[in-house]
Design a binder for this molecule. Sequence first.
Ligand SMILES: Cc1cc2nc3c(=O)[nH]c(=O)nc-3n(C[C@H](O)[C@H](O)[C@H](O)COP(=O)(O)O)c2cc1C
Length: 219
Amino acid sequence: MPGDTDLFEIMQTMRAMRRLKPDPVPDGLIQKILRAGACAPNGGNTQRWRFLVIKDPKIKQAVQVYYKRAFDEVVGPRYLKSAPPPGVSREQYNRQHAAVEYLTNHFHEAPVWIVACIENPQADVQGTAASTRASGASIYPAVQNMLLAARALGLGATLTTRHLLYEKEAEAALGLPSGVHSYAILPIGYPMGKFGPVGRGPLAEIVYQDRWGNPYKGL
Ligand SMILES: Cc1cc2nc3c(=O)[nH]c(=O)nc-3n(C[C@H](O)[C@H](O)[C@H](O)COP(=O)(O)O)c2cc1C
């Protein structure tokens, strides 16, 4: 719900919102989201992040072609074969699959995309520009801040990286110069459905104390 400001409530209901209305989103809200992104931690505070706001339908359409190709070739078949993740029923998982397919077909119709990038020409020269843990660690906190901000403003968004299966082609369609790489595309818009609780497994299965496999006693 717009206006929610309790951080824990926002986190617990910040589902991937894949069905979006095409209605325009005011720049004032996009600006708030971007400011939240730029508050995030980043290595050495070097702030190599760059955010490309895309509204141009032609650019979105050109990238959607690769996003869909990656679904048809890789992601769609994988979904059909995989079991539901922890904390998610088969029915919920089927609904997720339908939503993923919906976003695939309507990716370009989201009124705004924020493409989260890192500019680091030096890394390109050294051949270390590809998504390493270190480079990702300096952009995904900003991405998460932006997702949380969108949720707090009542806007739907999804962290997507599937375009990276066609990285070269998608980055060319995005018009990224050399030395700049994309790490996520966030399609943003007013959601068609309602925000709701995320499905996750129990903490007891993923948290240990002192020794690997030893249950954490604080739960
Ligand atoms: C690294 C990463 C990449 C993702 N890429 C995509 C994507 O390309 N398309 C998509 O629809 N969702 C994508 N997601 C969203 C996940 O599918 C989603 O977070 C997960 O299914 C949990 O869903 P929920 O937050 O709605 O509970 C991605 C999430 C992460 C963290």
